[in-house]
Design a protein around this ligand. Sequence first.
Ligand SMILES: [Fe+2]
Ligand SMILES: [Fe+2]
Length: 292
Amino acid sequence: MQAEEIERLIKISKERPLMPETYVPWHEMPAADDLYLPEVLTSLQGLPVYDTLTQQQKTDLGRHEVVQVLYSYGWGEAMFCVFMSKFILELPPDSPEHRFLIREIIEEYRHQEMFAQTITLLQGQPLKQTPMHRFSGHVSTKYLPADYLFMGSLSVELITDMYGNYSRRAPEIYNVLRKVFELHNIEEGRHIHFTKGLLERYTAKAGYIKKTLYSFVILMNIYFVRTMYVRKEIYERIGVPNPDAVYKDAAKNFRDKFTQNCLGLIIEFVDSWGGFNTATRWAWRLLLKAKV
Ligand SMILES: [Fe+2]
Ligand SMILES: [Fe+2]
């Protein structure tokens, strides 16, 4: 990416900052029929059990699941900020990359605060990550080289973007959440643009092995995002009978829906630099049921 292009992104970030304090109408209460997550993104819609739920149970399902989404974003962004803070130490402070990353860190911390405030407003009780999620998150933040971490972050940002698009276009969504997603979407659009530019440098010179590893890093990141919010405890909370069996069906149901609704941009991106090959295709098919 050219220096002028990065300068342009820095300028927008400085001149048109989106402050959660004023951008989100925090005082607005949800209307009686508002939803918290588009039905298509909930884990149970599409299963017979969904049709047996009362309207209140459906609304609560969306509320608990969106809390998981916000909590997971916040957690992922917090880890990425740790990485970026270390990464910029190596860059000349007057370089466009350094200055853009400072803007990104500032924005990511605002996002995390916004997500936390939203969770409180929704009276959410986020379920902690599983030990496996926590372990992988910490290990990769600490030990993976920069290009792999940018790959991972970009894949999560692309998923976030997709969620944001669904939520801000759905008229039935609680307005506070719509504005939260809208703000996030606009700023993440710039991060995605920057990161894609940065990664072009890495992918251009990557050989077969490097591309294979990049592809796996992205796959694992997406797999982790996907598995972070289908949780048995949520079905217990909303009073679904037989939560164990429902959880099993939901995990499969959500995997299929996620593949259908959320993978498009990721597949396009990985394909653009040749990340699908005989060493990676089988894993994408197995874990995400992706048609690659
Ligand atoms: Fe963010
Ligand atoms: Fe971001």
